[in-house]
Design a protein around this ligand. Structure first.
Ligand SMILES: [Zn+2]
Length: 162
């Protein structure tokens, strides 16, 4: 089975970020009156549309686009529902690191002049986003990330291995 790809509406930037953190391709569009565009991209690129807008949800179903309605519950609850519904754990072993900000795949950092020496000593894996010119490593907010992953039943993502 092909790895699921997603597209999130304006209200679901947090979910887009979290899907990227665990390695899934998720586009995020911000702005008004994007219903038709969201549906069009989802249809063309075979992406699952994530929305909290009932009208958009209905419209997408009518147009034959796979759509998941996101209820306004806690973030980890939202994530867990998507993980369970689309069996995301099945795909996780073959996923790579993605930038939570821009959705690009991350590479192992080679030129790490911008990373503090202490971080370099402590962390084996430092990742880099060419698009954002940003470095990533297992930082101070790790505990919180780990808690959310655990709640959503995600114990084997590439982020768990950092
Ligand atoms: Zn980026």
């Amino acid at each position: 089975m092909e790895t699921p790809k997603f597209i999130a509406d304006e209200m679901n930037g947090d979910i887009a970020r979290w899907l990227r953190i665990i390695g899934f391709d998720c586009i995020y569009l911000k702005g008004d009156k994007l219903d038709d565009k969201l549906i069009e991209i989802a249809d063309k690129e075979n992406r699952i549309l994530l929305t909290s807008d009932k009208e958009l949800f209905k419209k997408a179903i009518y147009r034959g686009v796979e759509t998941h309605y996101i209820e306004q519950v806690r973030l980890e609850e939202k994530l867990k529902k998507i993980v369970d519904k689309y069996n995301l754990n099945e795909y996780i072993p073959k996923l790579e690191y993605r930038c939570p900000i821009c959705n690009q795949k991350l590479v192992k950092a080679t030129n790490i002049k911008k990373v503090p020496p202490k971080v370099k000593e402590k962390h084996k894996i430092i990742l880099y986003c060419k698009n954002c010119d940003k470095y990533y490593w297992r930082g101070g907010h790790w505990k919180k990330i780990n808690k959310i992953l655990k709640y959503a039943g995600l114990t084997n993502t590439s982020v768990n291995k950092l």
